[in-house]
Design a binder for this molecule. Sequence first.
Ligand SMILES: [Zn+2]
Length: 135
Amino acid sequence: MSACPCGLKDPYSECCEPFHTKQTLPATAELLMRSRYSAYALRLVDYLLYSHHPRQHGKNEKEKVKQAAEGVDFFRLEVLDTSQGQVNDKIGKVEFKAFYRHGTELGCIHENSRFKRYQGRWVYWDGELFESVSD
Ligand SMILES: [Zn+2]
């Protein structure tokens, strides 16, 4: 049993893997967000596209996502805040910090992500980055 990259207690096979293999759908925006973080960590480009609203895809989206996922190693996720995004909601927000390693450098993405329903399931819409303050 290996731990899920998203940081929840369940092993990967009982946490984000069923979402990645499309056996089940994440019930909340937070779970969808966690599954996208895990997909970045595991470089599951197809899932990252599938879980991003198709209307928000830019040109060469697949290549961009691939480069983003392959450029860094994500090693920790902290979910800081959520609003809406529950089973009966149509929109949701999740604020998180995703920590990564790039070569010998450590970095952090601090983002407020917005989620919507697409064909009944949660998908990522867009996100606002917080300015990173370095001490
Ligand atoms: Zn997980």
